[in-house]
Write a protein that binds this ligand. Structure first.
Ligand SMILES: Nc1ncnc2c1ncn2[C@@H]1O[C@H](COP(=O)(O)OP(=O)(O)O)[C@@H](O)[C@H]1O
Length: 337
């Protein structure tokens, strides 16, 4: 059997990785393509997402194609995994199979630094695919191939960009387990706004729990409520003109609620009408949907605002409608001042 291996950190797996595996079975004639996630070594990869999540996302991808598999050999091995050790182990376990080790052009550039590069190309057929049309020369016995462009990297995904390059089920897994989602906000707003967003998300979750509502929904409303806050007016106008020109009469500081509600849907693929509506109304508190009330109250009573809001928070936890009425009243007084 011809077996292609795509090794990587897959943090997370995306359509670029999947395209490589597909190329292996369609154009290289491989019988199977195996994803080989690298192990998180706490000292070296402090920032890497836990093995269990990276593996679970790969399993979702492997289930889409009956020629795809996930190989956990490197996750199970103790210590740092070198590709040469992995390939030796594979050859021992499957002496009659031929291995194709697939890499992207970024890996080709560093190939001389891999452990025992000459041995590597003897143990497997190394194949390099271009990344975004870039395909370097090499002195090693490595086959170089082009594939349809997949201009995406895991680091872009971790910042909440190009989420369209994720299979929907992987994106659902990411949201279900809250992977990377704080990074989606951190990369878009100033540090103090990011801290506020996380604090509001936690408070929304607490208020939802106390009121027997969906805590996950409330968390995401809180996390994303200010996602458009750092957008310059000129950028917001593009969204306002098309999506809600009637709201341009409101003062500009109110707009981020309207634009944010569209961004969660159109950029982050969260198409829950209640989440959208809660973000839409959060600045003025113009909805009495319980989630809209929660985010309005959590935003105003965020402990990071530096005043004693504990009594109002307790009131919201006891009964969100009553808490909301109180927060609105206080907000009115504050604005009048
Ligand atoms: N968009 C892409 N197009 C082609 N190859 C890719 C792409 N993204 C990743 N690869 C290749 O997949 C392998 C695993 O990469 P990994 O480090 O997990 O992902 P990323 O480079 O996206 O952070 C590497 O050989 C890398 O070069």
């Amino acid at each position: 059997m011809k077996i292609a291996i795509v090794g990587g950190s897959f943090d997370p797996v995306h359509e670029g990785h999947i395209a490589m595996a597909e190329q292996a079975v369609t154009t290289l004639g491989c019988d199977q393509a195996w994803f080989m996630p690298s192990k998180k070594t706490p000292l070296k990869d402090r920032g890497l997402t836990d093995d269990v999540h990276r593996l679970a996302m790969l399993k979702i991808v492997a289930a889409r194609n009956d020629r795809f598999r996930v190989c956990t050999m490197e996750l199970e091995r103790q210590g740092i995994s070198y590709t040469v050790d992995t390939l030796r182990q594979l050859k021992q376990m499957y002496p009659h199979d031929t291995f194709y080790w697939l890499i992207g052009n970024d890996q080709l550039k560093q190939f001389a630094d891999w452990k025992e590069p000459e041995t590597l190309v003897k143990l497997a057929h190394f194949v390099c695919f271009d990344r975004n049309g870039e395909l370097n020369d090499t002195n090693y016995a490595i086959q170089r191939c082009h594939m349809p462009m997949m201009p995406v990297s895991s680091s872009e995904i971790r910042c909440g960009n190009k989420l369209n390059y994720l299979p929907r089920e992987v994106l659902n897994y990411i949201y279900d387990h809250r992977l990377y989602v704080k990074g989606f906000i951190e990369s878009r707003v100033k540090p103090h706004r990011y801290r506020h967003s996380v604090s509001v998300a936690n408070l929304c979750e607490e208020m939802a729990r106390a009121n027997h509502l969906d805590t996950q929904k409330a968390y995401y409303i809180g996390l994303f409520h200010d996602v458009a806050k750092a957008m310059p007016k000129q950028a917001m106008i593009q969204w306002m003109d098309i999506l809600c020109p009637e709201n341009e009469a409101y003062p500009v500081p109110v707009w981020h609620g309207f634009v944010g509600s569209e961004i969660v849907d159109r950029i982050f693929y969260i198409d829950d009408p209640q989440i959208k509506a809660a973000i839409y109304h959060h600045v003025l508190g113009t909805s009495t949907d319980p989630y809209a009330e929660i985010v309005f109250c959590a935003d105003k009573t965020d402990p990071l605002r530096g005043y004693d809001s504990s009594a109002m928070i307790e009131a919201c936890k006891k009964d969100i409608d009553a808490g909301f009425a109180w927060c609105k009243e206080e907000n009115k007084k504050y604005l009048n001042q």
